[in-house]
Design a protein around this ligand. Sequence first.
Ligand SMILES: [Ca+2]
Ligand SMILES: [Ca+2]
Length: 381
Amino acid sequence: MKHYYQYVKNIRTNGFANAVWDDGGDFGMYKRAQRTWDYTKDVILLSHESGPDAFNINYDENSSSIGLNWVNKSSYNSIIIERSINNAAFTQLATLDAGATSYTDNSISGFGYYAYRVVANVNQSTSYYSYPQQHYIMPTERSAYNNTPAAIPGVVEAEAFDEGGEGLTFHDADTENLGGAFRTTEVDIAQMDAGGYHVAYVNYGEWLEYTINVAKEATYVVKALVASDDMGGAFTLKVGNETSGSIQFSETGGWQVNNTITFEMKLPAGKQILRVEMDANGFNLDKLIFESKESDTPTASPASVKPKASIYPNPVGDRLTVASDKVIECAHILSINGVPLMAQEFNASSINMNTSELTPGCYMLVLEYKDGTKEVVKLMK
Ligand SMILES: [Ca+2]
Ligand SMILES: [Ca+2]
C-alpha cells in the first residue's frame, strides 16, 4: 500500500492523470458500471480536488445521444472531453470553453461501452481529470450464430450463442474473452485440449441464449458435456415457459475432462430461444445434445396396420369378398411363410375370390391398389 500512497500523493500534488497501475498488489477495483470487483488489475482512480467534479452522463434514447454535465471547482484554460468506446484508449472528442459545464455527444454509433472523462487544462503542463463515467448501450438486433438456428433434436455448441451482444443474447461478468478463442465477444471461450471449444471461466449469474428450431413438442433427453476441476457446477435451461430446473454436478476430474450430465426437458415446437443460466462459478460447458426419447419413435404395432379394406368372411369359406374405398388391381394369397399360392387381377373396389382350394390354416392376403399402395391382411381359413 505504501507505493499506492506515493502514487496518489503525486497525483494530488501534480494533477497527473488519475489512474495508477501496479501489478504488485492484490486488492481489487470496484467497477461501478458492472457492480463487480476486478481482481485482474490494481487501479486507483482519484480526481484532483480542483478538477471537474460531480460528473454525470445520461443517455437519451430518443435522440441516441449522451449528455454530459459537471461542476468546475476552479478556473481553467479550457476543457477537453475524452471518450473511450469498448474499453479502448481515451481519445479527444471535443475542446470546450473554460467555463463549459455540459456537452452532448451526438456521435453515438452502435452498441457498446461508452466512457467519458472531462479534462480541465490548467496550464501547458497540467490537466485535471474527472472520474470517468460509462454508459452501456444495448444491442437491439439478434440473429442465430451463422444465421442457422440449431435443429432440435441435435447439438447446441455452447460457443455458438446468438449474435447480438451483452445484455441481449448473453451476459458475461467481464468485458474480455478470457479464453481468447473462437469469438471476440465478452463471453469467455477457450479451446479444449481434445479439440473444439467450450465456454469457460463461468461466473454465477452469466447467461447465454441460442435460437433453436424444435422439430416437435416433446420431452427430450438432454446430455450436457461439462468439466470442472474442483467445485462442480450448476446451470438451468429455459425455453419459453419450460425449465430444466437447476442441473447440478460435482467435479469431473479436471478442466479438460468432460462428463456427460443427462436429464430430460420438455420443449415447445418451432423456433425458440434456449437460455442457459449459470447457477455456479467455475465450470466449463462444451455442448448440449438434445435427443428424442425412444418412446417417441413410431414403431409398427398391430393398431397401426389396421386394414383399410373390409374382408369377409374371416375366417374364410369357399369364397372371399374384399371391399375397399380404393381400386384393387391385384390380390395375392401367400402362406404365412410368404410362399405365393394364388394371385388374381381386378380393377374394382369390391372383389370376390374363390378360396375353396385353400386348406385350413393361416394366410396372408396382399392387396395391390391402383394408387400404388399395398395392404397386407392376415387371413384365416
Ligand atoms: Ca468475459
Ligand atoms: Ca463446444
